[in-house]
Design a protein around this ligand. Sequence first.
Ligand SMILES: Nc1ncnc2c1ncn2[C@@H]1O[C@H](COP(=O)(O)OP(=O)(O)OP(=O)(O)O)[C@@H](O)[C@H]1O
Length: 301
Amino acid sequence: MLKLDKVGKTYRIGAFGGQELRAVHDVSFQVNPGEVVSLIGESGSGKSTIGKMVLRLLPPSAGAITLDGTPEADYYRHVQGVFQDPFSSYNPIFKADRVFEMVRQGFGLPSQDWREKVEAALRSVRLDPGAVLGKYPHQLSGGQLQRMLIARALLLELKVLVADEIISMLDASTRIDVLNLLGELRERGLGILFITHDLSLGNYVSDRTVVLYKGRMVETGRTDRVFGDPRHPYTRRLLASVPQLHRKWSEEEEQPEPEAECLFHAPGEGWVEPDHFVGCAFGGEQDECPRAAEAVVIPLR
Ligand SMILES: Nc1ncnc2c1ncn2[C@@H]1O[C@H](COP(=O)(O)OP(=O)(O)OP(=O)(O)O)[C@@H](O)[C@H]1O
């Protein structure tokens, strides 16, 4: 089980790193084996920063990230990531399957039976080894390249896959294939952290959802509860802003603003039901909240 416990990240910014930007505050959640957890939030809400900390590409400034008490050296074999742009993960002048050889060398894995293992991993992501091995990146589609990256991660005794906006650059028909592939990997016991700004994707793919606002968790719980009965006003706003098929944009614009809800302070903060948490987007720090003085909090139920 991957566990984040009160994780925070502060970046040093400005000339000579003289200023601080708190990108992630006090984030705690877990990803169990065979579970997809989606991390949802607007641009800049800290999703990728959390993904990078989980992948140990960035050190947390506070809190801890652990995987079953795994020793540090083994962590990288068990927790791997796939990112938005599959093309940038390949060197265009080398054949695409060089990524497999690089991972073998990088982790000092034996060359014996390697080809068979690679072919088995490719088949498990529903790729025909004969159709992709020996090809250059430009000869393969974005969906095939993305699947190869997932196959590469599978060769490393993967326990948790961090999928950061992995389908946003794929076309509609390939997207659903990759999403269904994630579903199959989940069935096989993989834990998946699915990072997206797209609420409908998060709803489609995940068992549990974490909603972020400016680096803070404002709501988390079972996806059917968070989407079916959102308690934080921010989550409600997000859900209301998803375009709906039967409505035109002009009609959307005519919708009145919801009244008298402070966007940030949710009534009944805390555990509103088992496995459904609602928190203040400012961590209860009143002086940070621009609307604290004017906030009128109404009961949501
Ligand atoms: N290396 C960095 N140095 C300084 N600030 C950073 C760095 N990386 C991200 N940030 C800042 O941290 C905040 C969170 O960024 P992050 O990329 O994690 O958000 P995100 O939710 O993934 O956004 P997006 O969906 O646009 O990728 C932003 O304000 C961003 O500008």
